[in-house]
Design a protein around this ligand. Sequence first.
Ligand code: UDP
Length: 496
Amino acid sequence: MADDDDIATGGGSTTAHFVLVPMMAAGHAIPMTDMARLLAEHGAEVSLVTTPANAARMAGFVAGVEEAGLAVRLVEIPFPAADFGLPDGCESVDMLPSIDHFSNFLEACGALRDPLAARLRRLRQRTPVSCVVADTMQWWTGEIARELGVPWLTFNGSSTFASFARYIIYHDNLLEDFTDREEIVTFSGFPTPLELPKGKCPGSRRSPGLDQVIEKINKKQMRSDGRVMNSFQELEDLYIESFEGTTGKKIWAIGPMCLCYRDNNTIAARGNMASADEARCLQWLDSKNPSSVVFVSFGSLATIEPQQLVELGLGLEASKKPFIWVVRAGKNFPEVEEWLADGFEERVKDRGIIIRGWAPQMMILWHQAIGVFVTHCGWNSIIEGICVGVPMITWPQFAEQFLNEKLVVDHLKIGVKIGVKGGIQWGSEQKEVVVTRNDVETTVSMLMNEGEAAQEMRMRAEDLGIMAKRALEEGGSSYNNIRLLIQEMGNKQNAG
Ligand code: UDP
């Protein structure tokens, strides 16, 4: 699989060869593996760049593409962790010992440049490269694309709404003066009215030593030849069009990418780290009524302070609804474990499942028993929730999550805010309780007890779920965009 000449399958005749370079972080790498699958299903050849520890996580993905006979190869490059002061085998953002190591991690990613360029030069002799699609954080890949003389497209794993807002923040320097976190910034040039306190804007709480690298990422991104989005026209038409108009760069909305999975086995293997007993989860969900279960998950990076987790647990208990709760509590996990074991788990055992670590999120969401999704508003989670047509309770923490919350609550109107007041820095934990058990109980009850407002929200969510699926069916907007993307990149290659 790691051999340059090797490919998961013969794949038949292909029309274009895409090199995909994900950021090594679950929330960025997972949609890029989905993208690889989608492009290959539409006849493209795909080289997915990865490192050994990340390749190990892709075993389920690789088995899936092999079984389907798709033209996907992994291009595996050793990761120079030790050269950058990182523990051996630390090859993904979720493996970092602390946020202080993030800038070293990004530098280590940059060191993949020369070995990757060499591999692609070799690979090109057999299969010409048509374009490079890279995570915005892998800014150095632009130089490789230029060297190969092919288009460089970027992917940031976020909504178009948040990406455009981020662009305006950078372009108009909205966070230049940062004395007052409560000060409201107005996004002029945004197609719908948008205002946000500075403290909730992405980039408002930088990790140490990141300023220069973020500046570089932003600058380089301006030079990309276009953007690939994990979204679909019907969901974000206005923002796609307006973002394209402002930047003059094409956007290819080809999502929801998670819909490349169609059965429980492959869905459960997504991310390949599940610590839950999938069969037990499914059996338990099968025993529940449709739309009766609350699913709570905060993605792959957010950690929540023990006292806040206790409040969340007590709120779920008070709501009296069945739930699946994915608990990630970072370094303070023993404290939470002690509390869970000290009566809570026993009290809720008939109606709650607690998953410690990594959950088969897509598999769970996909089940008809799920009625509400409590989410941290990472874009993958939101778009996965949209695909399955469930209303959401939004609990953002950092980065663009507050923008995604705005999209879900104010524009799509398929969710309610739990009421988080301010952002925190990624990698740190909120030091006080910002969401009370009462907040949890009230919002869960509001959505699950099916008053008129909740019913309308559920209907809108279901409609969006139908549109999401249609987008990827034959003739749908994303289906057509994938075809056009492959065609255009293939044509450029033939012309060059
Ligand atoms: N995920 C999962 N199991 C978990 C946590 C996360 O499968 O226990 C997946 C989730 O389905 C999504 C991704 O990991 O595809 C998380 O991405 P998101 O953008 O939601 O949040 P991030 O982790 O980047 O904050």
